[in-house]
Design a protein around this ligand. Sequence first.
Ligand code: ATP
Ligand code: MG
Length: 374
Amino acid sequence: MHVTHLSLADFRSYARVEVPLDPGVTAFVGANGQGKTNLVEAVGYLATLGSHRVSSDAPLVRMGAERAVIRAAVTQGERSQLVELELTPGRANRARVNRSSQVRPRDVLGIVRTVLFAPEDLALIKGDPGERRRFLDELITARSPRMAGVRSDYDRVLRQRNTLLKSAAMARRHGGRGMDLSTLDVWDQHLARVGAELLTQRTDLIATLQPLTDKAYDQLAPGGGPVALEYRSATEEPGIGSRDEAYEALLAALAGVRKQEIERGVTLVGPHRDDLVLKLGRLPAKGYASHGESWSYALALRLASYDLLRSEGNEPVLVLDDVFAELDARRRERLAELVVPGEQVLVTAAVDDDVPGVLAGARFAVADGAVERV
Ligand SMILES: Nc1ncnc2c1ncn2[C@@H]1O[C@H](COP(=O)(O)OP(=O)(O)OP(=O)(O)O)[C@@H](O)[C@H]1O
Ligand SMILES: [Mg+2]
């Protein structure tokens, strides 16, 4: 798929901007702080209902405005669709598809698909497990948009179970008789049922992503690997494959920590505590890999995601935000060659020279809130 038109109102630094887009490569070039990333951030938001830079919506709304609107015309094969999201901080987003407002924001997922690589992705390697869980879960949702529902079910069940555990912990501290444990059993089953679905999707994704990441890393940094992706979980044991097995394993793990959970008032096992361990050679990348290696690793994960989504049919838009300036000349050329056949590639760069020559395509100059084709 590709975006044929992007239109923003009161999004970030833009009061209003209209950007017609073609398939192939488009580069946005302009000095620091002129609004290049803001443009691609908006495209990414349509694909994930979130920003790759901030976790809340408030910074996305132009200072002084009440709400932001992101609108995109999208073409997939013969089909064209118009998607629109209205962001009002503190309130639920509103969505429209082909001018109909009978849709939930979640229904927009899957219309725009992106793989976005940005400097923030270094956190995939160096950051907390939450960064890597989000990476996995966003890719799972891009592969199968109905997983957005499973993710929000899991979050809801987890919140409710934590509330229950917290009140149990309080009751204990105040010398109460404790709680009716049969209620907790029911929540264990809910958590294990939804958690098992998330867990099996993640392990399945990792198995598929592993060879693709290894290949991408080798293309970027020949001979520098191998890389290995390992899922780390209190419940994941070798051989856990089916959802039923994951369900049983989760239930058993919950039973095993129940005493501590009641003492601490929080859910201690489940997909929300898991991690994806990224190895480079025999060492974990986190804490060991060099800056350049970490950068290549993060990029390899995104290129592998791109490969995966393309191979499954609906080609995503590839977004490369400020990527080329960080790479040496050889890696720049390699990356450019890898991405040039993409259906649509959006690139941002501070200066023209950072965009490799093979990425010939449309250029826009971004300055003072204006985006102009050059
Ligand atoms: N909610 C907002 N309201 C008004 N201005 C905003 C808002 N959010 C961000 N900005 C402004 O947008 C600018 C940043 O835009 P952006 O991140 O797109 O820059 P950039 O062109 O990608 O720069 P760089 O080359 O440094 O990455 C900043 O000047 C910032 O003050
Ligand atoms: Mg930027």
